[in-house]
Design a protein around this ligand. Sequence first.
Ligand SMILES: Cc1cc2nc3c(=O)[nH]c(=O)nc-3n(C[C@H](O)[C@H](O)[C@H](O)COP(=O)(O)O)c2cc1C
Length: 335
Amino acid sequence: MILYSAPMAGYTHYAFRNLLRLFGGVDLIATEMISARSFTEMEARRRDLPSRLYGIKDEARPLTVQIWDNNPETLSFFANRLASEYKVSVIDLNFGCPARQIAGKNESGAYLLQYPERIGDIVRRVVGAAAGTPVSAKIRLGRTRDTVNAADVAQAVEDAGAVSLTVHGRTAADMYRGKADWDEIAKIKPKLRTIRLIGNGDIGSAEEALFRLRNYPVDGVMIGRGCVAKPWVFRQIKQSLTAGETALQEPSGQEMSRIVAVHLAALRQQFTESVALALIRKMMCRFISGLPGARKFRNDICAVKSADAFMTLVNRQWGVDNKYPITDNKADSAE
Ligand SMILES: Cc1cc2nc3c(=O)[nH]c(=O)nc-3n(C[C@H](O)[C@H](O)[C@H](O)COP(=O)(O)O)c2cc1C
């Protein structure tokens, strides 16, 4: 049973991936989707490379880098560089994004679902260019409810040499409305011979992940929004799978304080202090949801202007001495 974190544009940047590793339990972590065309053009003009490549060269492995475009040559060029120079663990092809900017004018992402043979051609060429680095794909059920064709696309992806396929149980037309249809995901499994099928959609807790893993014919699950709200969810799932624990443990105040300090430091490496604070505020508002004092904490963290003041509030909320100030670079080994 494999646990994947989902690629999420605007969320799964370097610092967030680091945060997931600190909590543990996740088998494969994905970047945000990166435009193959931007990479190719920026490199040709010797300009700065896409900011979403930040951290990828040096961070821990395993790491999946997700890429998008509709041109097999452009994708192959980028895939080759990711394999040879960046030495990433897996290259994932995005055939599921329904956003207008991707699936509309750029005819990429979920737009391609209507052409399983084009998807097969892209996967085959990228597998060749990736020279041994595994290639995977992520799709939705189809373009619309009337044209669900995930099984055909899955077969094209398998025949072209990918190692795994993630299916988000909605169509492109659904966007994020309604519920992910896991029965449709299940229908794909009998059509596949070798590649792993990863189910995705609406897993918000460890209990829901365990339910999907036990009741649907998938080799693993991918979690997106659920791990933004609870980055420790993978550890809870792993604990239940391996030790059969029934009481799922939440992070202690000490751990929360230590990990938030490390996360803030990682955000500050990549972003300015005000952007880092904005990003971590958004995240902490999710963590605090439903806990005592949530409203006051939310108001207080919205008013602070420095990372140190922010950490003081976090430590107070989680009942920890001001032990992990953000200026302490050794915060993650202090405990
Ligand atoms: C803010 C946001 C950004 C996303 N960005 C990507 C992306 O870059 N690539 C991708 O394949 N899917 C992307 N997705 C879709 C997720 O990977 C996932 O398929 C979807 O959220 C359903 O899973 P969940 O219910 O566990 O969140 C994004 C979703 C959200 C909410």
